[in-house]
Design a binder for this molecule. Structure first.
Ligand code: DC
Length: 335
């Protein structure tokens, strides 16, 4: 059972205003939590004592929310409290992270729970980060930002321009000269380099190693981290990478560190590449992953590392479903 909270205000104490405000509030809660009416068990309203003309519970029934139990009550007067305000609590039978909705003037009541939130998921290659991050973002209806794709795009550009991957100055100059964009189509991230869609190219095995090399340069990281922070400031998102919880967003609201045994991680990558029609040597792929692990976790700036306040999850023997459920549970416990 999950509780979703919300509130709104009305301009004056009139029946139509209450009907309009309650309908708007419930419909917004319903749409941004992707709720079905049958998942709502009960709705409880309370309104400030300056509201007499109508019961919010009746307005809820008229707005089509009559199949659950409804209740309205009146709050005592509080000095300096917000006037003409209707609060609501929805009890919902669903495994989800609630998105609370505060409309009109009521936003000032709960700045803490109406603001943007970020979920950081770090870990080595093949730990399951991207699959889990994509699922979480879809379930919560927020953005998924694949930060590895940005380093991979940088590597593609460097390989195409035949720039020495170890040459930090040349790589950064190159990055400054290209337009790197991430766009979303039906919730799927597209990575664009000077307008060219490189989403497929960046997944090739030789690009993985090149990405790991270019990502060790401090100025490349600063450039990427700034881009990532800019996106995370503007909207709620799930970000996956190596340094999100430790460097990009050290104050992220929720932090997870996923890991798995090397054989399991290599097998996942192998299956992914084979499914895409690539010919892959399993042992070579596993050796590559282990080399990348060392490279990513021993670099001087923002290495792959579990943040002290991140929840550690070993996904070796877990299904995607189990990992997603566990993460949601941990998030619920924190709010
Ligand atoms: O997650 P991935 O396999 O797509 O990442 C490719 C490489 O990019 C990885 O080996 C290290 C680097 N990377 C990084 O340094 N920091 C991030 N936040 C994401 C990726």
């Amino acid at each position: 059972m999950v509780v979703i909270r919300g509130a709104t205000t009305i301009p004056c104490d009139e029946k139509q205003e209450i009907q309009k405000a309650v309908k708007e509030l419930l419909e917004q809660i319903e749409s941004c939590n992707l709720l079905k009416k049958e998942e709502i068990v009960s709705i409880v309203f309370s309104s400030t004592s300056d509201i007499h003309s109508y019961y919010p519970a009746k307005a809820a029934r008229e707005a089509g929310f009559g199949s659950c139990s409804l209740f309205s009550s009146m709050e005592p007067e509080i000095d300096g409290g917000l006037g003409l305000c209707i609060r609501v609590m929805l009890f919902v039978e669903k495994d989800m992270m609630p998105r609370h909705v505060y409309l009109r003037g009521a936003k000032v009541l709960r700045r803490d729970i109406t603001s943007v939130y970020n979920v950081a998921i770090d870990g080595p290659a093949g730990s399951g980060k991207s699959t889990v991050a994509r699922r979480l973002a879809a379930d919560y209806n927020i953005l998924y930002l694949d930060t590895g794709a940005m380093y991979r795009a940088c590597a593609v550009k460097a390989l195409e321009a035949k720039v020495n991957l170890e040459d930090e100055t040349a790589i950064v100059d190159l990055m400054r000269s290209v337009k790197l964009d991430v766009e979303y189509e039906n919730g799927i991230q597209k990575t664009l380099l000077d307008g060219e869609n490189v989403s497929e190219k960046i997944r090739l095995p030789h690009v993985s190693m090149a990405a790991s090399i270019v990502s060790k340069h401090p100025s490349v990281r600063m450039h990427m981290a700034e881009k990532q922070r800019e996106i995370a400031r503007k909207m709620s998102c799930v970000l996956d990478g190596r340094d999100i919880g430790t460097f990009v967003l050290p104050d992220a609201d929720f932090k997870f560190y996923l890991t798995a045994r090397p054989e399991v991680r290599a097998k996942r990558r192998y299956d992914e590449l084979v499914a895409k029609g690539h010919e892959v040597d399993f042992e070579a792929l596993k050796a590559d992953i282990l080399r990348r692990d060392i490279q990513d976790s021993t670099r001087a700036i923002a290495p792959l590392k579990q943040a002290e306040d991140a929840v550690l999850i070993d996904t070796s023997d877990m299904t995607v479903e189990e990992v997603v459920t566990l993460i949601k549970q941990k998030m619920q416990e924190k709010i």
